[in-house]
Design a protein around this ligand. Structure first.
Ligand SMILES: O=C(O)CCC(=O)C(=O)O
Length: 287
């Protein structure tokens, strides 16, 4: 009787209900297995789609060498581009550190200068770099902010601080810009060089409402053959965000100039832009 009652229960559901149940079980199995396989792919593929966030507690620091650290350091960064080699460091400095640097700089600003190529004159390069700026070394800063930033740049790049020039703190007002240029000095254009700027670290000290991006027109070699339209300010554009850092390399690992490291600062359209640039040389004795 009991078993008959059970059969009776199924049969009372009716064929359509059994059919819908079968479809439901099929889709559950299908989506479940594809989700599982995607997870396995993300974990093990060489180029996972989403970067795996490392949990510091998962790792045991190794016994250190004499000059190393006994703890792990976390400095998050995003690879923005390989051509040029550019990395973005969100939250590299605190808002308070940025404000302290601006406070130091704003009382000492003067029109930004340019390194002139053979044949260039102040007149012929007018309008190329229209910001105001000042140079300051970490030792001049009694608050210790610049020394902290410099040490963090040193750790992020693993290039000793002694290779760094003074900080160049820049302010761009509406309409001000820095046209595309190289930070490295091609000896054909600038004459023999004792050292080269191998990398540049830009610390954005303010947000900018509109414009003011740092741009790389030759990112991915894309427009290198075509003529570049200065006014469009196109290519890879990095929007300044207060406290964030941008590192890019002007030289290839073999020491030659990376042509895709051409870059500039787009005109500020709304707001004001503050940035501190640290140029890093390939020699300790630069000049
Ligand atoms: O202001 C910028 O975004 C770029 C600055 C720059 O190119 C430089 O300081 O060399």
């Amino acid at each position: 009787m009991k078993s008959r009652g059970k059969i009776g229960g199924w049969s009372t559901l009716g064929l359509p209900a059994v059919f819908i149940l079968c479809i439901f079980v099929f889709f559950l199995g299908f989506f479940g297995s594809s989700l599982l396989s995607q997870q396995v792919e993300n974990e093990f593929s060489l180029h996972p789609r989403r970067p795996r966030v490392l949990n510091q507690n998962e790792y045991e620091p190794l016994p250190r060498g004499d000059s190393g650290d006994d703890s792990l350091t976390t400095i998050p960064f995003q690879v923005l581009s390989w051509t040029p080699r550019a990395q973005y460091f969100p939250g590299f400095a605190t808002a308070q550190q940025c404000e302290s640097i601006i406070k130091m700089a704003e009382v000492r600003l003067s029109p930004s200068g340019l390194a002139l190529r053979k044949g260039d004159t102040t007149e012929s390069t007018k309008g190329v770099r229209t910001s105001s700026g000042m140079f300051i070394s970490a030792s001049e800063d009694k608050t210790g902010t610049l020394a902290l930033i410099e040490k963090k740049i040193e750790r992020a790049t693993m290039i000793p601080r002694i290779h760094g020039e003074m900080f160049n703190v820049l302010r761009y007002e509406i309409g001000q810009r820095y046209l595309q240029h190289y930070d490295s000095f091609n000896p054909i254009e600038y004459g023999p060089q004792k050292s080269q700027r191998m990398a540049s670290f830009l610390l954005y000290l303010s947000d900018v409402e509109e414009g003011g991006e740092t741009m790389f027109p030759y990112e991915n070699d894309e427009s290198m053959s075509s003529t570049y339209d200065v006014e469009k300010c196109n290519g890879l554009k990095v929007k300044p965000r207060k406290g964030d850092g941008l590192l890019f390399y002007s030289l290839y690992p073999n020491g030659t100039i990376d042509p895709t490291s051409l870059h500039g600062g787009c005109a500020v359209i709304k707001g004001q832009k503050w940035v501190a640039t640290k140029w890093i040389r390939n020699q300790e004795e630069f000049y």
